[in-house]
Design a protein around this ligand. Sequence first.
Ligand code: AMP
Length: 398
Amino acid sequence: MDDYALVLNAGSSSLKFCVYQRPRDNDWEIAARGQIEGIGTSPRLSAKDAQGAVLVNNSLDASVADGHAAIEALASWLRSKWPGAHVLGVGHRVVHGGTRYGQPVLLTRQTLSDLYELVPLAPLHQPYNLAAIDAVFERLPGVPQVACFDTGFHAGHSQVVELIPLPKEICKSGLRRYGFHGLSYEYIASVLPTVAPAIAKARVIVAHLGSGASLCALKDGRSLDSTLGFTALDGLCMGTRPGAIDPGVLLYLFQNLELSAKEVETMLYKQSGLLGISGISNDMRDLLGRSEPEARLAVDYFVYRAAKEIGALAAVLGGVDALVFTAGIGENSSEIRRRICEASSWLGLDLDAQANTSGNSRISTEQSRVSAWVVPTNEELMIARHTWSLLGFMQPVS
Ligand code: AMP
């Protein structure tokens, strides 16, 4: 019987997963990559094998309405596909590790309870990440589970970068800038020596542009700063989050509009950003296809903020050698890449328009002083690598 291991990335309405398989005396290989989408609305399970062939693409019963039910649905599909499979371990993405957890850890009930304390710092992600861990504890009690943190890669930031300039007594409770999307940045840093060796040790700004969006300043493959901070609300404009706003706006919402903390939380995490500006959609692809002025304004603001923060991180790095785009928007939208590169031309970035629309990895001209790249991210593989090394398995290759 082959061995199996799972990687889970559980969100509010989706559960992404990878199934790894180790045929006897062989290396780990990916057997399935898929997701359950539409949890709580119209749940659907889809998965493909390593060659991209569809393994399943079914709508699920509407009772798949939360993380536990999604794990149950996934477990029953896995059982039907690989009956009697022996699961050796499960790796999870956990957004916030707080002050206590940076590097990947083997999960215990105590660790899980510590991580639940961080839910208020990442209400859009953390409860769902942890619900998946809980569900696996219940279903597969003897199987080791590993948490990999989105904050971990940024753990070496300097004191100044981490600082939140409030009274120091307040900050003692863990108020500092952590940074997120760390698994994505760590993956990008790990592949640059192969994909773009000339910049792997240089000053690189990585733009992770997806539903959540941030930038990371990399030098010699290490994170020096990032646009996300204490929570995943800071920095760039995102699908439903505003990015950095004047904190006085929050006082105004509480004091003048008399909104409750819960209402403000919902507004900041679920109703702002591209969705709030446009009133149409949180989805960049939708907005790019619309002609309404509000949709255009949302896209303009997204590009403006990204270009502005690229300037800020260029200052952090003392100059920049390369800009790398990744995640849903960064990998797929040549239009957004073009606009951000044009707004960053003052840095010495000269976009190659044809390369940008041809699926090339390098999208700047040969003469460009600052090079630009598209590098697909793979957070799940990063989780697998960490999980495998903590559990003492041989590393998966893809
Ligand atoms: P992610 O969170 O990384 O899955 O990215 C999701 C975002 O990527 C959504 O805003 C999508 O609209 C956007 N996206 C995916 N494909 C495209 C595309 N071809 N053009 C523009 N945006 C895209």
